[in-house]
Design a protein around this ligand. Structure first.
Ligand code: ASP
Length: 608
């Protein structure tokens, strides 16, 4: 080894030892004759002192040092002179008095500073990702990610799970996204698909009799770019035989609880994780991903709204829509401008508008409410009694403001959920140190797709219906509830899973509802259906996302920060410059002819 100890590991107990360090020049300060260099390696930095009186040659060499040079230093660990200790630095009690030094490699001036976490243009960071990853923040994220994955592996190993790899080159495994395709050279005109998840493979492993499988699996989905999406993401893919929903949920709850208590004991964790049905979650929070760190629960006020003189309300209800509201405590004092801001926000999130009712006055019960205290664009259409009734339902008191959205159910819920999260943030209701997990259960099996005019699987095609609902598969798909569950934390969906179908007969019925022809089923899912005919055990599983978990644990909102080498929002890798054109030869080998839109053609011409 070119080093005897890590820079970041030096402590007072090492005083008096001769050490050899190797690392990067983190920062340099000249103090009169003395040169101070912070040398950094993965474990941290330590201060090295070059004194011309005692180590003339080393001092002369250090004079040339620039940030990010790679150096090896021999020296003695000494206690820092009294008064110059740095309590903020783990190595701050000591320094190393250099006796000799070797330059292992020089460095150009980096395009951004590595020795702080200052804001740098993200594209530049991604282009020089190897330098970006030297920064303390990013290093810590990668270390945390390693520890999380290691914890998962150890935890599952202790519970008798086997880690089994599944192929990356496979056939289409639909999870609702577009496939990434890989052309086959040996079979011209034929393609592999990258797995959207190992879903069918893990089910086949259950048919194989492994009973408990997991994998830290990469999933590839060619979806339209979105801020929190990546073309490839990592999930803990897991499947178990002979289990019911409750067994999977318990395992996951134990895994997350123990993991967080071990790795991030400072986090406030609420256990046991509450369970909400899908219907309940939508009713109370407008979403199946509720942030439970704060209240602001919603109430349907359609019945009351229908009784008012307010056209916006009455016509919405007449047209089959809903009127839904929640109370923002203490917000009666919001200014006109703040209210306008909220209206814009609601519109941005798809609502036609937002009705606010501020109940002005000293905070207190509703009994004394008068017309003068009601501030609302809809005030003249609402009687005091009606306002009081609405306020009662949403739990508002004088001093509060009621936020109401009217519209079709889906858009209303969507906008109101966004508004609820926004208010939670504005009022700082969510404790950033708190992690509020919950399980959302009892999802519908199908969801009607207005565009294709077909039923889609809400989770995926392999999810089983509740026993009692099987009978409605063909006659009333909308009412079939699935053995399907999500894990949500702080408003983020962390995992989805289900108890699967394990007989060919039921699987074929579900495929039929989804509109697959017999031929399509045979071609796409033949392998699974055949396997089901050879003694498939009842089984189920789940697949928690790892990237999202690290985001939630660290409070990051940029998925790229938790991935060592991510793509941009537009699915580009600026470091390697992928995707890129390939040589004509490669295309010929694959028997591929390009038929490009004009823009791409220009690029292909320029590069190729
Ligand atoms: N394969 C599913 C997914 O990737 C998870 C599961 O059902 O286990 O979302």
């Amino acid at each position: 080894m070119l080093k005897t100890i890590s820079c970041g590991d030096l402590r007072a107990e090492h005083v008096g030892q001769d050490v050899t360090l190797a690392g990067w020049v983190h920062r340099r300060r000249d103090h009169g004759a003395l040169i101070f260099i912070d040398v950094r390696d993965r474990h941290g930095t330590v201060q090295v002192v070059f004194n011309p009186e005692t180590a003339q040659e080393a001092h002369a060499t250090a004079e040339n040092f620039r940030n990010e040079w790679v150096v090896q230093v021999n020296g003695e660990v000494t206690a820092r002179p009294e008064g110059s200790e740095n309590p903020d630095l783990p190595t701050g009690a000591v320094e190393v008095a250099a006796t000799s030094v070797t330059v292992l490699n020089e460095s150009k001036t980096p395009p951004f500073s590595v020795n702080d976490n200052s804001n740098v243009d993200e594209l530049l960071r991604l282009q020089y990702r190897y330098l970006d990853l030297r920064r303390a923040d990013m290093r810590d994220l990668m270390i945390l990610r390693h520890r999380v994955v290691k914890f998962i592996r150890d935890f599952l190993d202790k519970r008798d799970f086997l880690e089994i790899e599944t192929p990356i080159l496979i056939k289409s495994t639909p999870e609702g996204a577009r496939d990434y395709l890989v052309p086959s050279r040996l079979y011209p005109g034929q393609f592999y698909a990258l797995p959207q998840s190992p879903q069918q493979l893990k089910q086949l492993l259950m048919v194989s009799g492994f009973e408990r499988y997991f994998q830290i699996a990469r999933c590839f989905r060619d979806e339209d770019p979105r801020a929190d999406r990546q073309p490839e993401h990592t999930q803990l893919d897991l499947e178990m035989s002979f289990v019911e929903e409750e067994d999977v949920l318990q395992l996951i709850e134990e895994l997350y609880t123990e993991m967080i208590q071990t790795i991030m004991p400072e986090k406030k964790l609420v256990t046991p994780f509450p369970r909400l049905t899908y219907a309940d979650s939508i009713a109370r929070f407008g979403t199946d991903k509720p942030d439970l760190r704060f209240g602001l629960e919603m109430s349907d006020i359609s019945d009351m709204a229908a009784d008012t003189e307010f056209r916006v309300f009455t016509s919405t209800v007449e047209n089959g829509g809903i009127v839904k509201a929640f109370n923002a405590p203490g917000c009666a004092s919001f200014s006109r401008r703040q209210v306008d801001g909220l209206i814009d926000f609601a519109k941005l999130n798809g609502a036609m508008g937002l009705v606010t009712i501020a109940l002005n006055g000293e905070p207190g019960p509703l009994d004394d409410l008068t017309q003068e205290q009601i501030r609302s664009a809809a005030a003249r259409f609402l009687s005091v009694d009606q306002v009081r009734e609405i306020a009662n339902r949403v739990g508002a008191r004088i001093g509060d403001m009621i936020l109401i959205i009217a519209g079709q159910e889906k858009t209303t819920n969507f906008a109101l959920n966004a508004l609820r999260n926004e208010m939670g943030a504005r009022l700082e209701l969510a404790d950033p140190n708190e992690l509020d997990f919950c399980f959302v259960v009892d999802f519908p099996l199908f969801e009607y797709n207005e565009t294709t005019e077909r039923w889609d699987a809400m989770h995926h095609a392999f999810t089983s219906p509740k026993n009692d609902d099987e009978q409605y598969l063909e006659s009333d798909p909308a009412r079939v509830i699935a053995n399907c569950y999500d894990l949500v934390a702080n408003g983020v969906e962390l995992a989805s899973g289900s108890i699967r179908i394990h007989t060919a007969e039921l699987q074929e019925r579900v495929f039929a509802v989804l509109g697959y022809t017999k031929e399509q089923v045979r071609q796409r899912f033949g392998q699974l259906l055949t396997a089901f005919e050879y003694g498939a055990p009842p089984h189920g599983g789940i697949a928690p996302g790892i990237d999202r978990l690290i985001m939630v644990l660290t409070g990051r909102d940029n998925i790229r920060d938790v991935i060592a080498f991510p793509k941009t929002q537009n699915a580009v890798d600026p470091l390697f410059g992928a995707p890129d054109v390939v040589d004509q030869e490669q295309l010929d080998e694959l028997h591929l002819k390009l038929n490009l839109p004009e823009v791409a053609e220009a690029k292909a011409g320029a590069n190729g």
